[in-house]
Design a protein around this ligand. Structure first.
Ligand code: LHQ
Length: 264
């Protein structure tokens, strides 16, 4: 499908998905949801995919749902439809993708935009970016996993106040609170994001995907479960070509050439 509200680029297995409605701070309308779904299907279907970067065009990352999309005066609305059809599948797919997902928060993130970022594996933000949970300002509960991901990342006291007070967090605060990996000076942002993307595009993808899955699955398991899962995953990783390559490269004192391939 031809995209009007996102840009999807791929080079060497590195996908870059840019939300592209800058005049609306890249808020989601129905078309954008449809295009993001299509893009994720393309990535899921590409056996050569190594990493996904999600970012925004212009001065914002994503302001959540487009508030102009619904007529709130036209009668009762069923707002469960948005989570059910759009945001829940999106968050589930990002979490399940068998490759690292980087979120490059290039500017303000609000509402579902914050929580979509929180669902990605590595979140970096421009130092000038701000985060606002926003839902409380319009009488809604955070969706897109915000009531789960944020307390897990930064603790309940911070997640609760961030949600209920709707105060904006700076990128630096978000990093100090453990909500994101790091805040990057604006002038270094693009270069640092590009370098991270290149690094992960040449990484042992199967091992990284296993680590991602193990960490995600730890959310709902005991230490005993985690130990057993690690044992089973280590068996698979040990059969991957990248394990062999990594150890050989180490012994031969050279840079490894990882293929990202799954075990045969
Ligand atoms: C926008 C938006 C926006 C449209 C800025 N929509 N135009 C799930 C299920 C079902 C239903 C509802 O929703 C959800 C998920 C959700 O995400 S609900 C939460 C929706 N998001 C919000 O409530 C955030 C609303 N936006 C804001 O609070 C501010 O705009 C933020 C904090 C994002 C940025 O503030 P500023 O930097 O001061 O920018 P601004 O407010 O001046 O906005 C710039 C433009 O972007 C402006 O348009 P204009 O034509 O006046 O220049 C805004 O109207 C537009 N915009 N967010 N969500």
């Amino acid at each position: 499908m031809a995209y009007e509200t996102i840009i999807l680029d791929v080079a060497g297995g590195a996908y870059r998905l840019t939300l592209n409605r800058p005049d609306k701070l890249n808020s989601f309308n129905a078309r954008m949801h449809e295009e993001v779904r299509d893009a994720l299907t393309r990535i899921e279907d590409d056996a050569g995919a190594r990493v996904l970067l999600v970012t925004g065009a212009g001065r914002g990352f994503c302001a959540g749902q487009d508030l102009g999309d619904r007529d709130v005066n036209a009668g009762p609305l069923d707002l469960s439809q948005g989570p059910q059809n759009d945001y829940n599948p999106l968050v589930r797919r990002l979490v399940a993708l068998p490759l690292p997902v980087i979120c490059a928060v290039n500017g303000v993130a609000a509402g579902a935009g914050v929580n979509i970022a929180a669902a990605c594996d590595i979140v970096v933000a421009k130092a000038s970016a701000k985060f606002a949970q926003a839902f409380s300002a319009i009488g809604l509960v955070p969706d897109s996993g915000g009531t789960y991901l944020l307390p897990k990342a930064m603790g309940q006291a911070r997640a609760m106040a961030f949600t209920l007070l709707n105060e904006r967090l700076t990128a630096q605060q978000a990093a100090e609170f453990g909500m994101i990996w790091k805040a990057i000076p604006d002038e270094d942002f693009d270069a640092e994001v590009d370098a991270m993307l290149a690094k992960l595009a040449n990484a042992p993808t199967f091992g990284l995907a296993s680590a991602k899955r193990a960490i995600r699955e730890s959310w709902s398991s005991t230490l005993d479960d985690a130990l057993d899962r690690e044992r089973d995953m280590q068996k698979q990783c040990g059969l991957s070509p990248d394990y062999k390559e990594g150890v050989n490269a180490f012994k031969e004192k050279r840079a490894p050439q990882f293929s990202g391939a799954r075990p045969a």
